[in-house]
Ligand binder design. Structure first.
Ligand code: NDP
Length: 330
């Protein structure tokens, strides 16, 4: 099996030298184990945090160990009655072309008309993040004006459309290129959008939201969060999903300069981790597979070929090369 390992903890922006590609001989299956040929492997922003040796909600990656994370594939060999050969599965063994382990580590996926990759994106973890963040954390209600940063990525491209489904009256997004801004407006359900690289976020958001915003879904942090706190109306809510603008920082970023608004406008900013909202999974899966099947929610993927290119795919994703979910075809 070809596998990608972390061999050095990155300082600042990771480089290819922080990783190594290794070939591992897989032993014969033990009783109860399965072997899976991966089709798609996920690269995700949270992995940057796991490359550091610091306390977080998920343990750091081990050095000289294979990068773990979401992947989908099919069982090619089975010593388990529960997962026969051919079963499509989701698992957490990550950056490798072939995964092997106890059947309990692999979750069977429903057979649908959708490609398996969708269970890593729109119908998977990033889709649930958008749904749980808007519905439960931000308490999105009919008529809300919603702002979403990182809007053309895996979470953001679904979040705009979900906001619409949940009754938002207006959805504004930000992303890092003119092409992405066009997609937000033409494809992902955004009423208006801006390129955060064009001019200060504070100014651009103010100009697009004359009546303020009621909900902010934060994928970016920093200047985006500060701008949103300016624009949140009384009783406004923010779901703090991520702060990708700071993941490669070597020094702590200064906080927003306008936290006084939290008091004067009774704002509620709440951080969340999707893993703590798994109880929404069944409801999400039913609604999202319906929306994807009837075409009322669309999704994009940026696919890089070959497990040997996983590091490049991860680094490119952190730099904004992706539209929708970034994936590696294993
Ligand atoms: P994306 O598909 O959105 O990929 C990351 C994107 O971040 C890039 O495409 C790039 O787009 C953007 N970006 C990179 N640097 C910056 C910057 N300095 N300022 C603004 N944008 C930047 O990734 P995901 O959808 O998987 O994740 C989006 C966010 O959600 C991340 O913060 C992630 O950590 C978080 N997340 C949180 C979860 C939770 O449980 N709380 C679960 C899943 C994700 P662009 O071209 O627009 O710059």
């Amino acid at each position: 099996s070809t596998q990608i390992q972390l061999v050095r903890r990155p300082v600042g922006t990771p480089t290819p030298e922080d990783f190594a590609t290794v070939t591992v001989d897989l032993p014969a299956l033990d009783d109860g184990e399965v072997r899976v040929r991966n089709e798609y492997v996920s690269v995700d922003p949270y992995m940057r945090g796991r490359m550091n040796d610091s306390r977080s909600y998920v343990a750091p990656f081990g050095l000289n160990e294979t990068m773990t994370g979401g992947a989908v594939g099919r069982v090619t060999e089975s010593a388990s009655a529960t997962l026969p050969v051919g079963t499509a599965v989701l698992h957490g063994y990550g950056w490798r072309d072939v995964a092997q382990g106890p059947a309990a580590q692999f979750s069977p996926l429903p057979e649908t008309d959708l490609p398996l990759s969708v269970f890593l994106g729109a119908a998977g973890m990033t889709g649930l993040t958008a749904y749980a963040g808007l519905k439960r954390v931000a308490g999105l209600k009919e008529g809300d004006v919603v702002f979403i940063s990182g809007a053309a990525g895996a979470v953001g491209s679904i979040a705009g459309q979900v906001a619409r489904k949940l009754g938002a009256s207006r959805v504004i997004g930000s992303a890092g290129s003119a092409e992405k801004v066009a997609l937000l407006k033409e494809k992902y359900g955004y009423d208006d959008a801006f390129n955060y690289k064009d001019a200060p976020v504070r100014r651009q958001l103010r100009d697009l939201t004359p009546d303020g915003i009621d909900v902010y879904f934060d994928n970016v942090g920093g200047d985006h969060l500060e701008a949103a706190i300016d624009r949140l109306n009384t009783g406004g809510r923010a779901a703090l999903c991520g702060a990708i603008s700071q993941y490669n920082d070597t020094e702590r970023a200064p906080g927003p300069d306008n936290l006084g608004n939290l008091v004067t406008r009774s704002l509620n900013l709440e951080g969340f981790i999707v893993g703590r909202h798994q109880d929404l999974q069944a409801e999400f899966a039913e609604r999202m597979t319906g929306w994807l099947a009837d075409g009322s929610i669309v999704f994009d993927e940026t696919v890089v070929d070959g497990i040997g290119n996983a590091v490049g795919a991860f680094l490119d994703m952190m730099n904004g090369a992706n539209t929708g979910k970034m994936l590696v075809r294993a």
